[in-house]
Design a protein around this ligand. Structure first.
Ligand code: FES
Length: 188
């Protein structure tokens, strides 16, 4: 009996393989397409998530206006008319001085050691009972009020920082956000 070409089994297998091939390619394409879409959506979610996080932190910053008390020195470390430098977590330079005997914060003062005129460094002159800025002969009294030079003309005071005493410890008030910035810088 003569077999028709369609009856050849090997041809059927070949035909069958050729017919199946596009199905496999389409499955792969579908999978790759899904993976690309998932990857893109994941990237968008991460990107928008980070943006939303920054936006929320910008709009609702934590601990705004809150402060903590930070150790400066023990009371007996500063004798009357002595001063010491102190650096705030924000980097602000301060001078802390004892102006009277006593165990209360009123005996001390903490003032910025940066001149409000053009930013030079002021220093305490115990003999003249004043803070002096050598850049333009600016001067301030013991409470940080301007008395001479450009700061006096512009009525520019040295910035004053609150102090407190806890047992034998002199403490200074520090904004919490300055502490957070400082810690972030240390861990970076
Ligand atoms: S910078 Fe202090 S007086 Fe000018």
């Amino acid at each position: 009996m003569k077999e028709s070409p369609e009856a050849d089994p090997s041809e059927k297998i070949e035909t069958s393989k050729q017919e199946r091939q596009p199905v496999v390619d389409e499955d792969r394409r579908g999978f790759l397409g899904s993976a690309a879409v998932a990857s893109m959506l994941g990237g968008l979610a991460v990107g928008y998530g980070a943006f939303a996080s920054h936006a929320i932190r910008f709009l609702y910053p934590a601990n705004v206006g809150e402060s903590i008390w930070q150790f400066v020195c023990t009371l007996d470390q500063l004798k009357i008319n002595e001063s010491m430098p102190f650096t705030m977590p924000s980097g602000a330079k301060i001078v802390v001085a004892r102006q009277a005997e006593g165990e209360t914060a009123d005996a001390f003062i903490a003032l910025s050691s940066i001149c409000p005129h053009l930013g030079c460094k002021v220093h305490w002159e115990a003999a003249n009972d004043r803070f002096f800025c050598p850049c333009h002969n600016g001067a301030f009294d013991a409470q940080g009020a301007p008395t001479e030079g450009p700061p006096a003309s512009a009525n520019q005071y040295l910035m004053r920082y609150p102090l407190s005493v806890d047992r034998n410890l002199l403490l200074i008030e520090v904004p919490v956000d300055a502490v957070n910035v400082s810690n972030a810088g240390e861990t970076a």
